[in-house]
Design a protein around this ligand. Structure first.
Ligand code: HAM
Length: 422
């Protein structure tokens, strides 16, 4: 029989990594729910049209979409990100404004798989619809900053830019097209291709050969309208006020077309430059309209769970929380006692495990040690006859006291509740 493995760009997340994963989402939920966000769980696939709004010239739409015709003849796609689906949900349900939603879940992009770049990857993120106030931009960024801080990360840097109003951005794109076309000979063939599709993305080239031309390109700040400049200045003043450090980088253009005004990225120290963004976001004030809804401003961010955990590894923070059971039941009388004791303990919210298949005392004690439990609960012939159990401290137990005690079966749960750390 063939043995199957995960497809390229996908991974199994096993315990204890999966425990750490869940803990990360819990930290995120705590941070954003404290700020009034409610969770949305949108579907993992939608009509392809929802995602085409991400930009006809972006790699995400043209090259990386997992789209297909379903059995009913509908053209659908696995979501490559969550903002479009959340805005589609806003248009569909028209919740009261401002609408503050958070999410966590997998996304799918057919990318070249490598460390930190996967075809299925998870994000946690937020979106706020209905508020144009630049103070909200600073508040939203501060939430991501707080989250990284809660994980213990200290080396994540914030990079800021504004893409101006749509008209500013359009004038800027024209100027960039002119500039890069004039300097086409000095660009790599890849960037010449990008230029045809989207001049903004040439700024994103990490290729050394393009560096000189990119460095001399026009900068967006010279194209801001008065209102866009004022909006951005207020966002930066808000970050200053909150003591959040940032670098303004005019070449930060992001890979999606819906952005207007504020854009930002969080950059980690662990991964290579081509995938060192641990998170990113910005304003997308036209997206609700593009998806058939009323003109509604929006802003949000998404943070890559996979990359954030790689960053945690690199910085040596946010270890997997211990999920060892408290007690390991060793039953050398056949296994029925272990069946009923583990059932009772779990019912009393005491975590426990056991060995199976009538193993020897020695083999069960080995399993008890391996489990990381603080105590073994031993039931042998004597205990069975006396109606007692023997409680033996194991190496996994916090204190030094290694004396074993005999407990009447009827006192088992109250005694355990007393001795186990709460
Ligand atoms: P994005 O920059 O495409 O933005 O993705 C956000 C984060 O998801 C990235 O910074 C990265 O950490 C992670 N990520 C993206 N692609 C991959 C991949 N192939 N493998 C591993 N991690 C990945 C968005 O998705 C926007 N929806 C963010 C947003 C929300 N803007 C406004 N609201």
């Amino acid at each position: 029989m063939p043995e199957y493995h995960t497809s390229p760009g996908t991974r199994d997340i096993l315990a204890p990594d999966s425990t750490r994963w869940r803990a990360l989402v819990d930290v995120f939920a705590r941070v954003v729910e404290r700020a009034g966000f409610g969770q949305i769980i949108p579907p993992m696939f939608e009509d392809l049209g929802v995602f085409l709004r991400l930009g006809e010239a972006t790699d995400i739409v043209t090259k990386e979409m997992y789209d297909f015709e379903d059995k009913g003849g509908r053209r659908v796609a696995l979501r490559p990100e969550m903002t479009a689906g959340v805005v589609r949900a806003f248009v569909q349900h028209r919740p009261l404004l401002p609408w503050k939603a958070w999410y966590a879940g997998p996304n799918f992009r057919y990318e070249k798989a490598q460390q930190g770049r996967y075809r299925q990857f998870d994000q946690v993120g937020v979106e706020v619809l209905g508020v144009d106030d630049p103070n909200l931009d600073a508040e939203v960024i501060a939430l991501a900053w707080e989250f990284y801080g809660q994980l213990g990360l200290r080396q994540v840097r914030l990079v800021m830019n504004s893409l101006g109003e749509p008209e500013d951005r359009a004038r800027y794109v024209d100027a960039l097209r002119d500039y890069f076309t004039r300097n086409e000979d000095a660009l790599t063939p890849e960037s010449r291709q990008t230029l045809l599709r989207n001049p903004l993305r040439v700024l994103d080239s990490k290729r050394e050969h393009d560096a000189a031309v990119v460095a001399g390109a026009p900068v967006i700040a010279d194209f801001y309208s008065e209102s866009a400049a004022a909006h951005f200045a207020t966002v930066l003043a808000g970050l200053d006020r909150l003591g959040i450090p940032y670098e303004v980088r005019p070449s930060l253009v992001r890979g999606l077309d819906y952005y207007r005004k504020t854009t930002f990225e969080f950059v980690g120290a662990a991964l290579e430059a081509s995938q060192n963004a641990v998170g990113g976001g910005g304003r997308y004030d036209g997206l609700a309209e593009d998806l058939g809804g009323p003109a509604t401003p929006g802003i949000g961010f998404a943070l890559g769970v996979d990359r954030t955990l790689l960053e945690c590894d690199a910085e040596g923070v946010f270890d997997a929380p211990s999920r060892n059971v408290s007690v390991f039941v060793v039953d050398v009388t056949g296994g029925q006692e272990a069946l009923s004791i583990t059932h009772d303990l779990r019912g009393a919210a005491i975590s426990c495990d056991r060995a199976y298949e009538g193993r020897s005392m020695k083999s069960q004690m080995k399993a008890a040690d391996r489990s990381g439990a603080g105590y073994a609960l031993i039931i042998g012939g004597d205990e069975l006859a006396n109606g007692t159990v023997t409680l033996r401290p194991l190496a996994g137990q916090a204190g030094d006291d290694r004396t074993q005690i005999s407990i009447p079966r009827t006192d088992l749960i109250p005694t355990l509740k007393r001795v186990l750390p709460s």
